[in-house]
Design a protein around this ligand. Structure first.
Ligand code: AOS
Ligand code: ZN
Length: 388
């Protein structure tokens, strides 16, 4: 089963945002292994991210995390990105690393802490204006560890208040995307634990607020593609944070743990119009590469998304519809599985060749000498890391 020209053209619309923090050192609470050649500042992170785009043509934007990626001159950073053929994508706020946020940020009982958290987001919006970024992504570590520790309802009201003030500061062409996560770092309750809570808060804010779905933020067994379908149906799927997981929020390479799940998610994206420019869906990665080299890890990630998207596009929609309407249970399932089992690799290699890209981006990167060069050149300074 080969992809048609139309399907290949649709595939060409895929644009992935890579996370700046994927290029720095990361690890677990047990150990962070430093890798030679790690970027020392946001400019070098963008240099590395630009390599992913240069070899795959799939990653034209870089998501930043504030304050990790703060620079004195935002114009210079945006210009640097443009010079490297990429742009600044989503701005991620961070209210999880200051001591003052131990008991929460926007949901904290202390108005002074809430003020600090709101002001941080207002600063992020200024950075969006300076860099041309259109999306503010909010993930809150807010929650509690023990029943009775705080008033669940009070926290939800404070959250709504804080978000409303941040939302009111957005320009007409900017958006707020609210990420949910069912646990961690809080273990009893999380203030935005699920897509329903995120959606309810977004609906109260207005049209410029949507849900961010991180694929690692669900209980095991959750049918994530159902959530994708529902949010697209409601026009409120703002963005993905793609990664994969075996156990919790593992932040491993997307498609590594369960390619079939990624296929099912991307099938619902195709089915729900999520690839169309006016859908507003941003395809971000949120990953860490603890033991593998970062740039190859990111190249593998964007290729995995492309490959599963190609298979999702290969679903014979007409045959599927007929089987579904006839109540042909196994026939319908087979149509989907036929597409999933389609080996699209040689067709994708040819497709890349037609676009002036290497047929095998991973091999081309490894042969390019870039890795050896950064490992030799980047001596001195402090390597960036998750949480830098
Ligand atoms: C945290 O679990 C979330 O996935 C956030 O998106 C976070 O900002 C990101 O993982 C960077 O740590
Ligand atoms: Zn995330």
């Amino acid at each position: 089963m080969a992809l048609t020209t139309d399907q290949l053209d649709t595939l060409a619309t895929l644009a992935i945002e890579v996370p700046s923090w994927a290029y720095g050192n990361s690890g677990t609470r047990f150990k962070v292994f430093a890798g030679p050649g790690g970027p020392r500042d946001p400019f070098e992170k963008i240099d590395d991210a630009a390599q992913v785009n240069a070899f795959t043509g799939l990653a034209p934007a870089v998501a930043l995390h504030i304050p990790w990626d703060k620079v004195d001159d935002w114009d210079a950073l945006a210009a640097h990105a443009a010079d490297r053929g990429v742009r600044i994508g989503t701005i991620n706020s961070n209210t999880f690393q200051d001591d003052q946020y131990k008991l929460g940020s926007l949901c904290h009982t202390d108005a002074a802490v809430r003020r600090a958290a709101i002001d941080h987001h207002l600063e992020c919006i200024e950075i969006m204006r300076a860099t041309g970024s259109k999306d503010l992504k909010i993930w809150l570590a807010d929650g509690t560890n023990y029943p009775g520790q705080d008033d669940l309802r009070g926290r939800q009201d404070r959250l709504a208040e804080g978000l409303a003030e941040i939302y009111a500061a957005l320009d007409a062409d900017q958006r707020l995307v609210l990420e949910y996560k069912f646990f961690e770092p809080a273990f009893y309750h999380t203030d935005v634990p699920d897509w329903g809570t995120s959606l309810v808060q977004c609906l109260a804010l207005g049209e410029q607020a949507s849900v961010c779905l991180d694929t690692g933020h669900h209980a095991p067994g959750t049918n994530i593609e159902f959530i994708v379908m529902q949010l697209l149906r409601l026009g409120r799927l703002g963005s993905f944070d793609f990664n994969s997981r075996f156990y919790a929020d593992d932040d491993l390479i997307v498609g590594a743990a369960d390619p079939f799940q990624l296929f099912r998610i991307l099938y619902e994206v195709v089915r729900g119009g999520g690839l169309k420019a006016d859908s507003g869906v941003v395809f971000m990665l949120d990953q860490c590469h603890n033991i593998e080299k970062k740039i190859p890890g990111q190249i593998r990630s964007v290729l995995n998304v492309q490959e599963m998207l190609a298979r999702a596009l290969a679903v014979d929609a007409d045959a599927l519809k007929v089987a579904q309407e006839n109540g042909d249970v196994l026939g319908a399932n087979q149509v989907l599985m036929d597409a999933f089992y389609t080996d699209v690799r040689s067709q994708l290699a040819a497709w890349r060749g037609e676009r002036g890209l290497p047929g095998d981006p991973m091999a081309a990167y490894l042969a390019s000498g870039y890795q050896e060069k950064i490992e030799a050149d980047r001596v001195g300074g402090t390597q960036a890391s998750w949480g830098a």
